[in-house]
Design a protein around this ligand. Structure first.
Ligand code: G6P
Length: 594
């Protein structure tokens, strides 16, 4: 996610902005920039590290400025796409964190009114809107601009001749740091912790105006008093927003990730991907290639696409496809990769393209190698994922698959509308899972004492069993295996005993009765069973040793809530065992070798 900082006070702004930006580097970024107000507006930005930007900067003379670290979402990492962004006259500088869903429409409108744009970003519409509405009152112009905007934002605005910084937020965090004859605005605490530990958290809809000596906050049109907090965190704690690990922070970010990713797709004025490109190849099937957690998303994608689009789909491990699959080569393919840099997935994309195939990538990193070599890229908006174990990127990949399937499905309108409503409700449903963390923690404590665990699922929740097992083994080092529930009797039964707990994912779909039978078979062999079941299915408690209840959703969306519950289960099991959760032994976030 982007990081933002604003400073106004008695000191030179430039060194403070640069050191604050370096404190935001942990969030991951591809470009950075600052703007300082002196006689005019001085803007320096590029697709480089903060250290490299600092080296080429002249000494800027000014005591107010804004800075930004960018994680590209609209447009590749480049100098023009880096923030701050300005209006036509270069008087207004804006830094932004978030996603403006209706920027294409706003941009067209502004161009027709004579504004000219230089970047591909959604952000650039903001300074132009402020310029359009400015008639001597900056706050009023910003309020008017924000009324036009749909989406999420945390912004800071700096304007020549206006000795203040103005900030506003909706669905993206923003804090004011209170100093001594100086004040700060930032996307998060680490940016300001070297200068002050007194902060005000802005709320959605707030507009904050700071000068060197004053702080005013307006909420819903009137001045409001927001509480001051004293931060006792170290910089390291602050980078994790108070969570003990990045993994837990990233698990908790999922409602926002779903909202942002769906927001982008649901408001798109053009199709998210040219489906015809990957289906009109003469072969009526789709191939999905991926590795690791992305492969588990691919397996869920198979069920989603087959059910909603009605085309046969094969999900293949990219590393295996590279050595067989000649017969599959002349087909349309989707490659899923969070990083866009996984060597096996890149090789598979190249191989397919070499054999005449077309590839749509689903990637989280704008400008990554996968996005450059694929024919098209559908981006997920999970933001940078720091913990090695993938969590929020998996959920965002599922959103891309749901949306690809829905936008090309031949469903009747009412089923389609029902599913879109279901998708829109998912952030709330995932929040419900997160709210039941204590219950899941109990289950994790119980699991943490075992050496071997099986996860079983059926249908669309079979890949969820694989993902649950993968999460548990990679961070807790407990040996875990995911199985299709019906397969357990073809071998693994030999391992079942009171020392081998089985986690059964019980979906309320056509697999329900068969799963109950499988649970009974497992119980008969003495294994303890923990069921993951939807609300309203509490009765399953009579069959099993304990139940984790997740919110009820349409069966096709059950992988989302079930996976989030299993992420928490793995996380707490690893925590009870005292493991190195964010950086597990022998693993890497991005595997760039075959
Ligand atoms: C590594 C990571 C996994 C990830 C896999 C694929 O093994 O540790 O979390 O799922 O790579 O990565 P990708 O970036 O292609 O999704």
């Amino acid at each position: 996610m982007c990081g933002i900082i604003g400073y106004i006070g008695q000191r030179q702004a430039q060194p403070i902005l640069l050191s604050s930006l370096s404190r935001l580097e942990y969030r991951g970024y591809d470009s950075c920039g600052i703007a300082v107000a002196s006689s005019g507006l001085e803007v320096y930005k590029d697709a480089v590290r903060v250290e490299a930007l600092a080296k080429v900067l002249l000494q800027l003379d000014g005591t107010a400025g804004v800075g930004h670290t960018r994680w590209a979402t609209h447009g590749e990492p480049s100098q023009v796409n880096a923030h701050p962004h300005c209006d036509c006259n270069g008087n207004i500088a804006v830094v932004h964190n978030g996603v403006i869903n209706n920027f294409q429409k706003l941009k067209q409108q502004l161009i027709s009114e004579g504004h000219s744009f230089v970047s591909e970003t959604d952000t650039e519409v903001i300074p132009h809107l402020i310029e359009k509405y400015y008639d001597g009152n900056l706050e009023k112009a910003i309020e008017a601009a924000l009324l036009d905007i749909e989406g999420s934002y945390a912004i800071i605005v700096l304007m020549v001749g206006e000795p203040k910084l103005v900030a506003a937020r909706r669905d993206s965090p923003l804090i004011i740091g209170i100093g001594d004859r100086e004040n700060f605005i930032a996307s998060d605490v680490p940016a300001i912790l070297d200068y002050t530990n007194r902060v005000i958290y802005l709320e959605d809809g707030d507009i904050g105006v700071i000068t060197a000596d004053s702080i005013k906050v307006r909420g819903e049109g009137t001045e409001v008093k927001r509480k001051q907090h004293r931060i006792s965190w170290s910089i390291e704690d602050a980078q994790k927003a108070g969570y003990e690990h990045f993994m837990l922070k990233e698990i908790h970010e999922q409602p926002k990730v779903i909202r942002d990713t769906l927001g982008r797709y649901l408001s798109a004025t053009e199709p998210v991907a040219d489906w015809a490109m990957i289906t009109d190849t003469g072969l009526e099937n789709i191939l999905i290639l991926a590795c690791g957690t992305s492969y588990n998303a691919a397996l869920v994608g198979k069920y989603i696409l087959e059910e909603l689009v009605g085309i046969p789909v094969r999900a293949e491990l990219a590393s295996e496809f590279n050595y067989y699959g000649q017969a599959l080569a002349r087909t349309g393919a989707i490659a899923i990769t969070q990083s866009g840099e996984t060597a096996d997935t890149l090789k598979a994309i190249k191989r397919l393209k070499g054999l005449g195939g077309k590839v749509v990538a689903i990637a989280n990193v704008v400008g990554s190698t996968a996005s450059r070599i694929a024919d098209q890229t559908v981006y997920t908006l999970a933001g940078p994922e720091i913990s090695v174990a993938a969590t929020k990127s998996f959920t965002a990949q599922l959103m891309a698959l749901y949306w690809l399937a829905l936008s090309h499905s031949k469903l009747d309108i009412s089923r389609r509308d029902g599913l879109i409503t279901g998708l829109r409700r998912l952030p709330g449903k995932v929040q419900q899972v997160l709210d039941s963390e204590d219950e899941i923690k109990e289950g994790a404590e119980y699991l943490s004492k075992y050496k071997d665990v099986f996860f079983i699922g059926r249908g669309i929740n079979f890949p969820v069993a694989l993902e649950g097992a993968l999460k548990l083994k990679e961070i807790s080092y407990i040996h875990a295996e995911g199985y299709a529930a019906g397969e357990l009797k073809h071998g693994p039964f030999a391992l079942l005993s009171s020392d081998t707990p089985v986690i059964a994912i019980v979906a309320q779909d056509n697999t329900y009765e068969a799963m109950l039978t499988n649970i009974k078979e497992v119980k008969a062999r003495g294994s303890p069973v923990v069921a993951l079941a939807g609300e309203g299915n509490e009765a399953i408690g009579e069959l099993v040793d304990s139940v984790i209840i997740v919110p009820q959703v349409d069966a096709i969306f059950s992988p989302v809530v079930n996976t989030v519950a299993l992420q928490l289960l793995a996380y707490y099991a690893a925590r009870f065992r005292g493991c190195s959760i964010d950086f597990p032994r022998n693993l890497a976030k991005s595997v760039t070798v075959e």
